[in-house]
Design a protein around this ligand. Structure first.
Ligand code: GLV
Ligand code: MN
Ligand code: MN
Length: 412
């Protein structure tokens, strides 16, 4: 089976068909977690899995598992997957690629009638993006026991407050299965890199050795609403001016820890958001990332001091709440080696790489051996409608996935 190859054209066509669901005018995809469109994509995925002979189950947080039987039903499954939800200005490949690559592995094994020892499960995790419902990686987080089920189901939509659980019910994906609590033999996730490294190096395969750590914050700045006309400048307690200074500080903290630190403010709510009232309250989020935990800790201290010193001079109150954290996560040495060997055996140029993005593999690494395969994306751009990847690289990544799945799945 060493020479078995996936059908790259079929993989590409499936990705393009899936991308029609939530397609945006600029060529991207907007398919927010637990929206109607997410439901539609899930149903298409399930249909394809059933056509490929898989038995499909949905758990109580909406994770979908499509199982292709192995010779030994007692062996824990080898899983391959990712997510079907996207960012508001998402692309065709982030998440979708990992799920479709898992499906293509199964279809390719079906083509030649090859039976593995262990079952294979293609998985689509719920709410990986953390855009509509925060934080990210909620479905895999509940599966891995990082979040309680009730906590996951209770996550509110960042704008409307409707819960993830209610929305899963509404779209028909609050499944009956218990979440997690069962052994997984190995978890592989294929993904576009979402950064520029592989493209610059001209390498089709990134052997992902781990993911950098993240700290997310929710910051509330409280001042006082007042009239934009009669209120003299020195008397103002303008929450937005304070927040703007804090946001600038976030950016400077990221720059100060170059080249690896990342610091982003991506969500801001201004209240009352009226053009002739001085803003009395601002809520914003901070996303810090770094491959070293110690640097994240330094950045934490700097953020808190910067917020206090931006607030004090104008009598603002600021609350800095750490909202989410995971440490830098190394992937399983044996699986990483399996991925590297699979790339090597097929003659694909490859290099080791650390993931800048969060992925379901990060949480799966807590309960199973986990590893990832990266392929380049155009200009390193992702979380953008112009996100693009070339079919040859996507095929290469899927071939590596197939061979890695077989290396583990054919063990007795
Ligand atoms: C997931 O898309 C992330 O923010 O890393
Ligand atoms: Mn993703
Ligand atoms: Mn993403």
């Amino acid at each position: 089976m060493r020479n078995l190859r996936v059908n790259g054209q079929r993989l590409w066509l499936s990705l393009m068909e899936l991308a029609q669901i939530g397609a945006t005018p600029k060529g991207g995809v907007c398919r927010l977690a637990a929206s109607d469109l997410d439901g539609e994509a899930r149903r298409l995925f399930i249909r394809w899995c059933e056509e490929a002979g898989c038995a499909v189950r949905v758990d109580r947080i909406g994770n979908i598992f499509a199982r292709r039987h192995g010779r030994d039903p007692n062996l824990p499954p080898v899983m391959a997957g990712s997510h079907l939800d996207t960012q508001p200005t998402g692309g065709k490949f982030d998440g979708a690629y990992g799920v479709m690559a898992g499906l293509e592995v199964v279809r390719s094994l079906n083509d030649v009638g090859y039976e593995t020892e262990a079952p294979i499960e293609i998985v689509a995790w719920t709410n990986e993006e953390g855009s509509r419902f925060s934080p990210a990686m909620v479905g895999s987080g509940v599966f891995a026991g990082v979040f309680e089920l009730a906590e996951g189901l209770g996550r509110p939509d960042n704008v409307t407050g409707v819960t993830l659980g209610a929305e899963l019910q509404r779209i028909g994906f609050a499944g009956p299965e218990q979440v997690g609590g069962r052994p997984v033999g190995a978890y592989f996730e294929a993904h576009i890199e979402q950064g520029p490294i592989l493209e610059a190096a001209g390498k089709p395969i990134g052997v992902v050795t781990g993911a950098q750590g993240q700290r997310w914050y929710e910051i509330t700045v409280a001042g006082q609403e007042a009239h934009a006309g009669p209120t003299p400048m020195p008397r103002r307690r303008d929450a937005l001016v304070g927040a703007a200074r804090m946001i600038d500080a976030v950016n400077r903290i990221g720059l100060a820890h170059a080249p690896y630190a990342c610091a982003t403010v991506g969500f801001v709510q201004v209240s009352p958001n009226s053009r002739n009232t001085i803003p009395g309250r601002v809520f914003f989020t901070v996303d810090f990332r770094h491959p070293e935990d110690a640097v994240l800790t330094l950045m934490d201290g700097e953020l808190r001091r910067a917020c206090e010193s931006a607030a004090a001079p104008t009598g603002l109150e600021v609350e800095v709440k750490e909202f989410w954290y995971f440490p830098p996560t190394p992937f399983d040495l044996e699986l990483v080696t399996t991925v590297r060997n699979a790339a090597e055996a097929q003659g694909y140029p490859h290099q080791d790489i650390i993931s800048g993005a969060g992925h379901d593999a990060v949480y799966m690494a807590r309960v199973a051996p986990a590893a990832m395969i990266f392929v380049p994306c155009a200009g390193g751009i992702s979380h953008n409608e112009i996100e693009d990847a070339n079919p040859e690289d996507l095929t290469a990544g899927c071939n590596v996935l197939l061979n890695a799945v077989l290396a583990i799945g054919t063990r007795r």
